[in-house]
Ligand binder design. Structure first.
Ligand SMILES: *Cc1c(COP(=O)(O)O)cnc(C)c1O
Length: 397
């Protein structure tokens, strides 16, 4: 064998291959390609000795099953070498709240980027405040300036890149290096890119969260969340999951595994179609600005290019000033873009949004009505036709 063939045989597997292969113990699955969907609470111990010693691969349904093990192994492989463990939660929001409860205690200070998912803020301002944790919000574009916001008791920094409405792109490696120097943990809500396009744990993040409801599930049919942690953070996360009793239903776990198997092909298409629609929208006279970090003109483009290997199908546009009636006429005339919350499924979605009411560290003054689009897997020319119909109704209103 030549040395180049030798090298090829030992090359690490690429992400697409990892998605198709990881977490599959075909022997334990008795030859079936997919893991069993284990509905179970009680696990029987064969002898009293085993019972006393809690001996056995599984002890109790809440603590793990062959189904959850398959998902955890697949996610760990996707996250890369820094990942020491993956926790499972019944929703993306539960993954975030479990993580915050895992790492914080009364008297701690938390830094949260101002473009974070709104229910994350509600948890900080509600539950965490009630339990004696203080939150300070920061400009997502703060960069190394975040050092000035640290206090002696700052325990963690939460980032979201990009924000899932306004799409500012924080500099995660810079924020992470400042946090690390100050002894604080970094939590990243990585739902937009998924670990396929952005490996947070390789960039100094300690805990990377997925609202797997979105792209990992990919079919708008589950609520699910995952918490991927490095060796430093995993013991805290694992502990909180046990203490809080966090777990998820086996059918949803199975659907998350099934979603992972096709994540690479789906995201490649969302990326391609999303960017094409974003460019098309950028040329429309009704559109003032497109907020999409993969566009060369976007303020976050350089960071996106450096830290990400792709983009998903979610982005926003700011329209030129218009009446509410005109925006509603646009929304009501669309046939393919549905109006509804969430994203990451196969279908296209659109919602109006306004961050102004809840931002505290930055001001949201886009200069016109804002719409967030999720570009799904429909034919991209059909989607343009649908949006052109929307603009005709917008202009007629
Ligand atoms: C949807 C979403 C969540 C919450 O996920 P759920 O599964 O709906 O609870 C968290 N973060 C981001 C960025 C999201 O888009």
């Amino acid at each position: 064998m030549s040395s180049s063939e030798d090298k090829r045989l030992s090359k690490p597997r690429q992400k697409e291959t990892v998605l198709a292969t990881a977490g599959r113990d075909t022997k334990a699955q008795k030859g079936f390609v997919n893991p069993p969907v284990v509905h179970g609470s009680t696990v029987l111990y064969p002898t009293a000795d085993d019972l006393h010693a809690h001996r056995g691969e599984y002890q109790y349904g809440r603590r793990g099953t062959p189904t959850t093990k398959a998902l955890q192994e697949a996610m760990m492989a996707l996250e890369g070498a820094q990942c020491a463990g993956v926790g499972i939660a019944p929703s993306g929001l539960a993954a975030i709240t479990t993580t915050l409860l895992a790492v914080l205690k009364a008297g701690d200070h938390l830094l949260v980027c101002d473009n974070a998912y709104r229910p994350t803020r509600n948890f900080c301002n509600g539950v965490l405040a009630r339990y004696g944790v203080e939150t300070t919000y920061f400009d997502p574009l703060i960069g190394s300036g975040i050092g000035q916001l640290f206090k002696a008791n700052t325990r963690a920094v939460l980032v979201e890149a990009p924000g899932s409405q306004s799409f500012e792109m924080p500099d995660i490696p810079v924020i992470a290096s400042v946090a690390q120097a100050r002894g604080a943990l970094v939590i990243d809500d990585n739902t937009w890119a998924t670990p396929l396009f952005h490996r947070s744990l390789d960039q100094g993040v300690d805990i990377s969260i997925q609202a797997a409801t979105k792209y990992i599930g990919g079919h708008s049919d589950i609520m699910f969340g995952t918490i991927s942690a490095n060796a430093k953070a995993w013991p805290m996360v694992a502990d909180a999951i046990q203490l809080l009793g966090v777990c998820a239903g086996p059918d949803d776990v199975f659907l998350a595994i099934r979603g992972l198997r096709t994540l690479a092909v789906r995201l490649a298409q969302h990326y391609r179609s999303g960017l094409e629609i974003a460019r098309w929208l950028g040329k429309r006279p009704e559109v003032n600005r497109v907020l999409h970090p993969a566009l060369e003109t976007d303020p976050g483009h350089a960071i996106w290019k450096r830290d990400f290997t792709g983009a998903s199908g979610l982005f926003s546009v700011v329209l030129n000033p218009a009446t509410q009636d005109a925006v509603d006429a646009l929304l009501n005339s669309l046939e393919l873009f549905g109006m509804g919350y969430s994203w990451g499924g196969f279908e296209s979605l659109i919602i109006p949004f306004d961050c102004a009411s809840y931002r505290t560290a930055t001001q949201w003054q886009p200069g016109g009505p804002s719409l967030r689009l999720h570009v799904g897997l429909e034919n991209v020319e059909d989607l343009k036709t649908d949006l052109a119909r929307g603009f005709a109704a917008f202009n007629a209103a």
